[in-house]
Ligand binder design. Structure first.
Ligand code: SAM
Length: 178
């Protein structure tokens, strides 16, 4: 059985996971405020960390991802699901502190940014999978397929098209490198 942590689990805890949340009116097994210290788990305690619609709420994304990395074993995965900044929900929820795009987590990737390693953090994650979902109309017209099919097209979409062909949600599956 994989050891799974669901961070910010809310009412719908990931099946088989230990859930943590700051809100006692949730399915959390452990109450914990991510902005007020470390996760209450030892290093490498989990095979998978899931955070669904959580990362846009925290004070410090870099520090939070570093904590997810610490509690996940080498080769384990971190799954982050978060709105694309062009989705209605990104700016509608007044508790969202961050508005992200499909390249926002590349600062953790081993290839670095502009030839520089360790831009903001020494933590390393490899992107195993990224799924960008678009609004239904654009999905029916085939844009979702194109955005997910080619990194070059995704970059073109982020630079030139996404204010019209709006994103909805992004699902990052990131492998922990230690
Ligand atoms: C939008 S809800 C998502 C709930 C659930 N993951 C889902 O997808 O249905 C965000 C959850 O993260 C929790 N949360 C937000 N900021 C947090 C923080 N700093 N520390 C711990 N939990 C937090 C909230 O209490 C809430 O339950």
């Amino acid at each position: 059985m994989p050891r799974i942590l669901d961070v910010g689990c809310g009412q719908q805890k990931y099946p088989g996971a230990i859930g943590i949340d700051m809100n006692p009116d949730t399915a959390a097994d452990v109450l914990c405020h991510l902005d007020e210290g470390s996760l209450p788990f030892r290093d490498n305690a989990f095979d998978e960390v899931h955070a669904t619609h959580l990362i846009e709420h925290v004070d410090n994304i870099i520090r939070t991802v570093e904590e997810f990395h610490r509690v996940t074993r080498a080769g384990g995965i971190i799954v982050l699901i978060t709105p694309h900044y062009t989705d209605f929900s990104s700016f509608c929820d007044p508790t969202h502190k961050w508005h992200l795009n499909s390249f926002s987590f590349r600062y953790f990737y081993p290839e670095g940014i502009h030839g520089h390693d360790h831009w903001y953090s020494r933590v390393r994650l490899r992107q195993r999978r990224l799924r960008v979902r678009l609004l239904q109309l654009w999905r029916y017209l085939g844009f979702e397929f194109l955005v997910n099919h080619s990194v070059r097209f995704r970059r073109f979409w982020e630079f030139y098209l996404c204010y019209v062909i709006r994103g909805k949600v992004m699902e990052f599956e990131l492998e922990v490198i230690k």
